[in-house]
Design a protein around this ligand. Structure first.
Ligand code: GLN
Length: 483
């Protein structure tokens, strides 16, 4: 049985009775058990429940009863998205034993279409990081070379889809966390427009910029998931009511006559040589398909890393203030402690990166420094948004490599936060301005490591974005994951 089929193929084959959901799921869990010791994408497996659901769906199909549009599709979920009855740890000791009493809205929607959740996947603690090394449960490894990082923070999502442990995964993207692992693991990852997908049940890191986004092996699969998870949600008042779009339709509209802006600040200096040459090849491919490519300068993005880390840390320090190990938390005796001493003792159990962000965030929000840092960062954000608005008066899409560098070795940058922060330079603009962006696998480097190309569109233009991404996907043929 081919576990590497697309979501579209899975649905068609189950519908036609060519494969049974039970058998597909059984083989999926077999594969998970076989390769997890090398990859470590999962924190929690949901095998018993998943197998019961699979049998149930097969029965319904046989009895010609109504079945949801996903027909038992195996899906993994980043462990900062709540799934009822399953642990939701955020890869933190703080939530090690937290079992969610409810489903996130995206989960309710996917379940109602008969998706099967195979398990919860690894991330950097509270989604803060770009490599999945900052997990309380240990790092996830890149299926293309297990000595390398899979990107992050949704590294478990990227690795599980890339290595055929599931067909689709949900991640969250605050500053690139869906697109970075998509690029490093050679899969597709979408950060939707802010407000298109409900964040209800996503544990907040920086709620003014983050979105839940799908990861899949094919662009058409991303469109199928977006059709299901997008839409207004009364439980998240930042969601907007847009008319139904039908993202999966007309994906092959092509890019002929489309104007694509090549972002000057993200395609020039500082790029790895192979990333740069892959980017040039992608541009030539799109041109040969009839797109017109012009250079677009967004000079405000030169300050985007500073602005992003100021705003995201400020929001994180506020959001994470609730973790006091009293309302929920790990087993820790409070006998003999005075209140403040207890709180400070338990909060020292956050990992180093989360601690760094909370301290930085509290500092930039403090009375004496608010104007100097936080306010300035918000001004940069406004400048970026206004330059993005201007750019989309001239072009349909923007393009740059998703990551400026190739995947690197586990441990190589873990002690150098600034280097890690700088690797987000091409992804954070979409978060600060709220626009959608997608990473499409485009090439494998000479050393066997994936390179992804990023396309960006104006707010709520996911349809156009997916059409561009589909054209790019079809223009290249990639080798299969070696694991
Ligand atoms: N690397 C970025 C950070 O550490 C992005 C993380 C994310 O998108 N969740 O904040």
């Amino acid at each position: 049985m081919n576990l590497g089929i697309s979501a579209t193929e899975f649905i068609a084959q189950v519908k036609a009775g060519m494969i049974s959901v039970e058998e597909f799921l059984a083989q999926t869990f077999e594969r998970i058990k076989k390769i997890e010791p090398q990859i470590h994408a999962f924190i929690t497996l949901n095998e018993n429940v998943a197998m019961v659901q699979a049998k149930d769906i097969d029965k319904k199909i046989k009895a010609k009863e109504k079945v949801g549009a996903f027909f038992g599709m195996p899906i993994s979920v980043k462990d900062n998205i709540c799934v009822e009855g399953l642990r939701t740890t955020c890869a933190s000791k703080m939530l090690d034993n937290f079992v969610s009493p409810y489903d996130a809205t995206v989960i309710t929607k996917l379940k109602s279409e008969d998706s099967i959740i195979v398990g919860k996947v690894n991330l950097d603690e509270f989604a803060m990081g770009s490599t999945t090394e900052f997990s309380y449960f240990g790092p996830t490894r890149n299926p293309w070379n297990t000595e390398y990082v899979p990107g992050g923070s949704s590294g478990g999502s990227g690795a599980s889809v890339s290595s055929m442990e599931c067909i689709i995964s949900l991640g969250s993207d605050t500053g690139g966390s869906v697109r970075s692992p998509a690029s490093f693991c050679s899969v597709v990852g979408l950060k939707p427009t802010y407000g298109l997908v409900s964040r209800y049940g996503l544990i907040s890191y920086s709620n003014s910029i983050e979105q839940i986004g799908p990861i899949a092996r094919r662009v058409e699969d991303i469109a199928l998931v977006l059709d299901i998870i997008s839409g207004e949600d009364p439980r998240d008042n930042t969601t907007v009511s847009n008319k139904t779009v039908g993202y999966a339709k007309d994906l092959n509209a092509g890019v002929s006559g489309k104007k694509i802006g090549i972002i000057k600040q993200m395609t020039g200096e500082g790029l790895d040589k192979e990333v740069s040459s892959a980017t040039n090849k992608a541009i030539s491919k799109l041109q040969s398909l009839g797109a017109q490519c012009i250079e677009i300068s967004l000079d405000a993005v030169e300050h985007s890393v500073e602005a992003y880390y100021t705003i995201a840390s400020a929001e994180a320090s506020s959001n994470l203030a609730r973790y006091d190990n009293i309302r929920y938390g790990f087993d820790y005796s409070n006998e003999g402690f005075e209140f403040k001493a207890y709180i400070s003792k338990v909060r020292s159990n956050f990992g180093p990166e989360v601690t760094r962000r909370m301290l930085l965030g509290a500092f930039v929000l403090s009375a004496g420094y608010y104007g100097k840092y936080y306010l300035k960062a918000q001004k940069v954000r406004t400048m970026i948004k206004s330059q993005i608005d201007d750019a989309f008066k001239k072009v349909d899409l923007l393009l740059c490599p998703t990551m400026p560098i190739l995947p690197f070795k586990i441990g190589e940058k873990v002690d150098d936060p600034l280097k890690l922060y700088l690797s987000d330079i091409n992804t954070i603009t979409a978060n600060l301005s709220g626009i959608p962006a997608i990473s499409v696998p485009f090439e494998i480097s000479n050393s066997g490591l994936p390179i992804g190309i990023q396309l960006l569109a104006n707010s709520f233009e996911e349809k156009k974005l997916l059409q561009g991404a589909y054209a790019l996907q079809e223009s290249t043929k990639l080798q299969e994951v070696p694991i």
